[in-house]
Design a protein around this ligand. Structure first.
Ligand code: HEM
Length: 431
């Protein structure tokens, strides 16, 4: 009997040891089966991939989120009672709050522009230092930009500590070791900080700039007509700030890619916007970030002849889908050209989830991610830097993955890049 027909052995250890390669490895062993059958944390789990599977997964009649997210992930990455745990009307009502600002091109442009200006400012300082760590520097630049943009006051002296806390939240969700406990402590600090801020806004002690994210979250009402509880408001405010700072993972991958494949650098240096967007898409396809997304089967389901019992975990294999040769010719070649003049299909490139963000859980922050990335990769390419000897290995066993050295640069010169500021205001995450 094939391994796929004996789905009852728990494979949590396999996931812990193999990381991003775990589901792809199960696919290989499952042969021609249309789903991977296994068990995680004692629960039946079924892995799916491919654009049709994306549509199946994002159908609320098939998969729900309530009860699906393990506590260690809520206690670090998402927060408790966050939008990621909601379904139906409650979900859509919260989602509108995010989409109203994150799908507004003017707002997205303002954030990208500010991040570009702060990068230029920081880059002058990088030239005066023997070397800098790209991951840490970009996290600080984006932390300053997103807090200012969101209307969240942040003193200059607090930037480094706050950036460290925000990246810790992402870094520690998929392990139970020291990184996890650092993330839990960081979440406690961040939620207290932002819950106090929401209270001060409501008391009139702090004025939230009109239409800022802070203003929007502080005034948000739940489906029962009541003002969102302040701790939940803090969780959702953090749900904008934290993932925006996580774009520094992709900035570090960009540093890695420019070092490995320097032939892609010239078009970025020239400020070629279409190339910058294509480069950003290829970063999101090629490099590992979220390994999969998961929910629970609402009822007994059948997917291409494979049984999915009610309550089973349904996993959408993001990393596997992005390296499936049936979708991406030569998938292990880093080739921005595959996206040139062609936005990816909605359910083909899914680093931030699939489906329609208005109807389901797809990330509302893709426009922000693309705008920041295209703006910053042009600047990165224009820096005059050397990459000293270091360990740039990216282990697929570590979730989230990152080059081991976090990309150390020796920066000899920088230039201001006014022309690259609005690189992607018209870029769409998918066609
Ligand atoms: C590093 C870049 C990012 C990555 C890799 C990423 C990835 C993801 C993924 C995989 C999901 C889950 C989709 C699902 O459950 O089906 C998600 C959801 C979400 N993301 Fe992002 N994201 C990024 C940037 C952003 C940004 C910039 C924002 C906000 C400014 C954001 C806000 C959110 C929110 C609020 C959700 C929950 C949506 C919902 O449950 O309906 N993300 N993201």
């Amino acid at each position: 009997m094939s391994e796929n027909r004996r789905p009852y052995l728990d494979d949590s250890l396999g996931l812990a040891v193999q990381g991003y390669s775990w589901l792809p490895g199960r696919w290989r062993r499952a042969g021609t089966a249309s789903a991977v059958q296994t068990r995680l944390m004692g629960r039946r789990a079924v892995g799916l991939r491919g654009p049709e599977a994306v549509r199946f997964f994002y159908d609320e009649a098939h998969v729900r989120r309530h009860g699906a997210i393990p506590e260690p992930v809520q206690g670090t990455l998402f927060g408790h009672s966050a939008i990621q745990t909601l379904d139906g009307l409650d979900h859509r009502n919260r989602k509108m709050m995010f989409l109203s600002v994150l799908k507004d091109a003017r707002q997205v442009g303002r954030l990208a522009q500010r991040a570009g200006e702060l990068w230029d400012e920081a880059a002058e300082d990088w030239t005066r230092r023997p070397q800098v760590v790209l991951f840490d520097e970009s996290a600080r630049v984006i932390t300053r930009a997103v807090c200012e943009w969101a209307g969240v006051p942040l003193a200059a002296a607090d930037v480094t500590r706050t950036a460290a806390d925000l990246t810790a939240l992402v870094d520690g969700f998929a392990t139970l070791g020291p990184r996890h406990w650092r993330a839990r402590r960081a979440r406690g600090r961040c939620e207290r900080w932002l819950a106090d801020l929401i209270q001060q806004v409501r008391d009139g002690a702090v004025t939230a700039p009109a239409d800022s994210v802070l203003d929007l979250v502080a005034r948000h009402t739940e489906t029962d007509g009541r003002l969102i509880e302040r701790k939940r408001a803090a969780v959702e405010l953090l749900n904008v700030i934290r993932p925006t700072v996580a774009v520094s993972w992709y900035v570090s991958f960009a540093g890695h890619a420019l070092h490995r494949w320097p032939q892609h650098r010239q078009r970025l240096q020239a400020g070629d916007r279409e190339w910058a967007v294509a480069f950003a898409h290829e970063l999101r396809r090629f490099y590992p970030f979220a390994p999969f997304v998961g929910g629970l089967a609402v009822r007994d389901l059948s997917w291409r002849g494979e049984h999915i019992p009610a309550g089973a975990m349904v996993l959408l294999d993001i990393y596997g889908q992005h390296h499936d040769p049936a979708l991406w010719p030569d998938p292990y070649r880093f080739d921005p050209g595959r996206f040139l003049d062609k936005a990816p299909g909605r359910d083909e490139l899914i680093p931030q989830g699939g489906g329609d963000p208005h109807a389901g859980h797809r990330c509302p922050g893709e426009d922000v991610t693309l705008a920041l990335l295209a703006t910053l990769v042009i600047r990165l390419a224009r820096l005059d830097f050397e990459v000293p000897q270091q360990d740039l290995t990216i282990s697929l066993r570590r979730i989230p993955a990152l080059p081991r050295s976090r990309v150390v640069l020796r920066v000899a010169g920088s230039a201001r890049s006014e022309d690259a500021v609005d690189a992607v205001l018209h870029a769409t995450p998918y066609r």
